[in-house]
Design a binder for this molecule. Sequence first.
Ligand code: ZN
Length: 138
Amino acid sequence: MADAKSYKLPLPRARGRAAEFYAFCKRHELRFQRCDDCGAWRHIPRDMCAKCGSFKWDWQQSSGRGKLFSWTTATQPMMPQFADSVPYSPVVVELDEGVRMVTWLIGIKPEELALGMPLRVLFDDVTPEVTLPKFTRA
Ligand code: ZN
């Protein structure tokens, strides 16, 4: 694990509900908001349900399982901090609960990606303060 000064890649600047999401990640728990009224899961964190308008919700544990929904492959670093990472593929994972999140993969090369491939979450403690949810083969 890098310390906060030696870790070179951008870290999330989590505030409000997003800070709560990352606090669960720090505990190696993938949790999303779930509406108390209609049961819809949601991500990115926000106060109101987009399906029914309810403000009643709770953090619920995700299965951590999903499938590859979409990706792009970066072959040129868009920022100098990514020079050692190319080629890499930012991906959109669709969790079994239906929410989608942009994330990273571990142990899967860009040329191995396939639409719908099963994935599972794992937690990368990138600094003592920040843990990022990433995905690998299920
Ligand atoms: Zn709802």
